[in-house]
Design a protein around this ligand. Structure first.
Ligand code: NOJ
Length: 565
């Protein structure tokens, strides 16, 4: 029998199917492609595959705009391919977590088509329709995540509909019980088909204040911040508890649920993940990946302050120490690649990729590996707008150059660094022209560094990023301290060293990393305490003990016994 809370010792691997492996040469990854690469995942040692959306979609936002929740998009294959993939995953002892995108649908979903057909439609209230203001303006001032206002006027019926993301992603109205019942029914259908759980897209946005009040206005864009009125809104806990009752209760299978929750606080996360409240198993929060955002958001970056990053993680570790559970991640399909972002993808590529992985994976929580991260994949050298595919990046670029205060080249430079497309270039399996991802023309260009940075080159190399991830994942499975051990951050304000301990009754681990491009002296106190401890993992050749200096991006994990107190 599977252990309760088995996901506390599990490692999740995210597949973004469009960019993972293309089996039919159309340049877009697909389900058969995923199936062909399962050996890679088994060898890596992961437990769960999180599959980004594969449902029918017009692909305005690469599948996060769903037009049929119960059909596979022909780009990715058929339901039969899907069933075969599930069977194959299960045969190999892996679980499958589906992406659940129910804050919004596509505007091409039959629910929305019907809703938009007339003011009297039986499904009119399934979405957020509002009259224009007397002067014809939008019902409120909220800005969308993908630039511009959240409202789109439907000329035919003379009302506006709400879309927090693109105008092709209208928000569902969760106040309507029929909407909730339809979503729960669809979820049960997938569980009956054998899936093992869901990653729930922006699930803390589903309960909106029905008054939809204006938000505080941003002086630059002139748009208002709606987040206080839809982030963890008035009925969110009620909805998640209802979903739990209607979908997950009384099922034998060992399921997992993850709530993607931008802007969630530690206090809220405790509520969402307290097992007694039956909402979700863990949250996916964004505090640490917002720390290098400037005042204008992700496309206006500022340098990372390591002390701030450590502090953020430590706060989350402490807040959920006794109740609740968190996800641990650097990357997903929405984030630039961590080795380029917080590490050094030039002189210290191997060291920084392995150091950052180690510092993340040995904290409390469930680690996530995003495809290609296990190879140390880097950001892409985007140099023209035509290189980009992502709607968020393109909308931002177009809106910003239209204002004409900055040259298009400067805007492009900012967009290129922050773009989600950095995560979406094809997985680099080998050094062939299509990087082993496709025999055709890839939908987004392969990163030219696939010539040396690829899975084949790392296979069999003990000193590769891939080998390192395998070790880390094995350690998560073998070392009970990693699940429950107490977390303590040491040297909190040190700008270069990131050091913490995990402690259980008799044993303690020290994780010590140098997050800088030069050598760093280890403080004497720390050295004195740990000088005799044994090294469990180290990314520098020949390290057997902690010594007075750690090299650039060097990381070491040590173990010692501690007296029973
Ligand atoms: C979060 C997803 O991760 C992102 O890719 C998507 O654009 C938005 N939610 C909207 O679904």
């Amino acid at each position: 029998m599977t252990e309760p809370e088995w996901w506390k010792t599990a490692v999740v691997y995210q597949v973004y199917p469009r960019s993972f492996a293309d089996s039919d040469g159309d340049g877009i990854g697909d389900l058969r492609g995923v199936r062909q690469k399962l050996d890679h995942l088994v060898d890596l040692g992961i437990d769960v595959v999180w599959l980004s959306p594969i449902y029918a979609s017009p692909h305005d936002d690469n599948g996060y705009d769903i037009s049929d929740y119960q059909a596979i998009d022909p780009l990715f294959g058929t339901l039969e391919d899907f069933d075969e993939l599930v069977a194959e995953l299960h045969r190999r002892g892996l679980k499958l977590m589906m992406d659940l995108v129910v804050n919004h649908t596509s505007d091409e979903h039959p629910w929305f088509v019907e809703s938009a057909s007339s003011r009297d439609s039986a499904k009119r209230d399934w979405y957020w329709w509002r009259d224009p203001k007397p002067d014809g303006a939008a019902p409120n001032n909220w800005g969308s995540f993908f630039s511009g206002p959240v409202w789109e006027l439907d000329e035919r019926t003379g009302q506006y509909y709400l879309h927090l993301f693109s105008k092709k992603q209208p928000d569902l109205n969760w106040e309507n019980p029929e909407v909730r019942a339809a979503v729960y029914e669809m979820m049960r259908w997938w569980l009956d088909r054998g899936v093992d759980g869901f990653r729930m897209d922006v699930i803390n946005f589903i309960s909106k204040d029905p008054a939809l009040p204006d938000g505080v206005q941003d002086p630059v864009s002139g748009l208002g911040d709606g987040f206080p009125h839809f982030g963890s809104g008035p009925r969110i806990h009620e909805f998640l508890q209802e979903m739990h009752r209607e979908v997950f209760e009384n099922r034998d299978a060992a399921l997992v649920t993850v709530g993607e929750m931008p802007g969630v606080t530690t206090e809220q996360a405790r509520l969402y993940t307290d097992p007694a409240r039956r909402e979700v198993d863990m949250v996916f929060q964004f505090e640490h990946v917002g720390l290098d955002h400037g005042p204008g958001g992700k496309f206006t970056r500022r340098a990372l302050d390591l002390a701030e990053l450590k502090h953020s993680f430590a706060r989350w570790q402490e807040a959920l120490a006794d109740v609740g559970w968190n996800s641990l991640y650097w990357n997903n399909h929405d984030q630039p690649r961590v080795v380029s972002r917080f590490g050094n993808d030039r002189e210290h590529w191997y060291e920084s990729a392995t150091a950052l992985a180690t510092l993340l994976h040995l904290m409390r929580g469930t680690p996530y590996v995003y495809q290609g991260e296990e190879l140390g994949m880097t950001n892409a050298p985007f140099s023209a707008v035509d290189d980009l595919r992502d709607i968020e990046s393109l909308n931002y670029y177009n809106a910003t150059v239209a204002v004409d205060e900055e040259t298009p080249i400067d805007v492009l430079a900012r967009v290129a660094v922050g773009s989600r497309d950095n995560a979406r270039t094809p997985v680099q399996w080998d050094d062939s022209p299509g990087a082993g991802f496709t025999d055709g023309r890839p939908w987004i260009a392969v990163n030219p560094n696939a010539s040396w940075l690829n899975a084949r080159a790392q296979e069999g190399d003990d000193r590769s990023v891939l080998a390192w991830y395998r070790r880390l994942i094995a350690l998560r499975h073998e070392e009970p301290l990693l699940r429950d051990g107490r977390f303590e951050l040491l040297l909190p304000s040190d700008p270069r060293l990131w050091v913490y301990t995990r402690t259980a009754e008799r044993r303690q681990l020290l994780v010590a990393g140098n997050c800088s491009d030069g050598p760093v002296t280890v403080p004497e106190d720390l050295l004195g305490e740990w000088a005799d401890a044994a090294v469990v993992l180290a990314n520098a050749p020949g390290r057997e003990r902690l010594t007075a200096s750690l090299g650039p991006w060097e990381v070491a994990v040590l173990e010692r016994s501690v007296p029973v107190t």
